[in-house]
Design a protein around this ligand. Structure first.
Ligand code: PGA
Length: 258
């Protein structure tokens, strides 16, 4: 685990109003003021990004987005370009979240599209939070091969020189929006595994520096154990990131992990 810890709040399609978005952002910003070793990132839906931004520089509080187009501009209805996000003060962009990837249906991103998004985000001068994770796992261990292939395809367009701006978020799909998170011991195994794959792609030096996050049913109660036993550098948090009492506690708990 590195000294620099990071908690990324993925608001998904919440909240319902701009006023509520402002309130959540204000509380998160206030909680972030007290952090010593942790950076908090909020990723609101696009229309709330400005509402969540702070005019003054706010220590340990950063703006993120949930995806970005790989196109630079022009005739792409419904898309938002990475450079527009950058202009709004966004520093981190989630790419390849399972809810935006192609699954059972033909809608959503392929690995190739995820890779193009990652490249566009990096070229605009922001950091990528790349999500990977298997849909199911069983005794056969096929999930290792799945995650390996997903990582190498999703990073295909990322040049080694920019690998320092990639953060890996391991999120097993079966643990997202679930009752319980993955067991911290199993998270530790995957932390080591994804670092190894990153090393195979970009070299050992890059792998030593890369931050690995865990996501999937993280809350203020399980956060510290996941950090400590899972040996992750941070967390990608869904539901708990818009539950203010819980998220404030979670940030505190992560910051206190040695
Ligand atoms: P969850 O979502 O924390 O609500 O399980 C995590 C995510 O999808 O990033």
């Amino acid at each position: 685990m590195s000294n620099k810890k990071i908690v990324v709040g993925n608001w998904k399609m919440n909240p319902a109003t701009a006023d509520e978005a402002k309130r959540i952002a204000r509380k998160t910003r206030r909680a972030a003021l007290a952090l010593m070793h942790t950076e908090a990132v909020v990723c609101p839906p696009f229309p709330f990004i400005s509402a969540a931004s702070s005019r003054n520089k706010s220590p340990h509080y950063h703006l993120g987005a949930q995806t970005a187009s790989f196109e630079v501009g022009g005739a792409h209805t419904g898309e938002v370009a990475a450079n527009v996000l950058k202009d709004l003060g966004v520093e981190y962009v989630i790419v390849g979240h399972s809810e935006t990837r192609r699954g059972e249906s033909s809608i959503g991103d392929t690995d190739e599209m995820v890779s193009k998004r990652a490249k566009a985000v990096l070229e605009s001068g922001m950091k990528v939070v790349l999500c990977v994770g298997e849909k199911i796992r069983d005794e056969s261990g096929a999930h290792f091969e799945f995650v390996k292939e997903q990582m190498s395809k999703s990073l295909a367009d990322v040049p080694k020189s920019r690998s320092g701006d990639v953060i890996l978020a391991y999120e097993p799909i079966w643990a997202i929006g679930a009752q319980e998170a993955m067991k911290p011991e199993d998270i530790n195994e995957m932390t080591i595994f994804v670092k190894k794959i990153f090393s195979d792609i970009f070299g050992a030096e890059s792998a030593q520096k890369v931050q690995v996050l865990y996501g999937g049913s993280v809350n203020f109660r399980n956060a510290a154990d996941i950090m400590k036993i899972g040996q992750v550098d941070g967390l990608l948090v869904g539901r708990e990131s818009v539950n203010m009492a819980g998220f404030v506690e979670l940030l505190k708990a992560v910051d206190e992990v040695k």
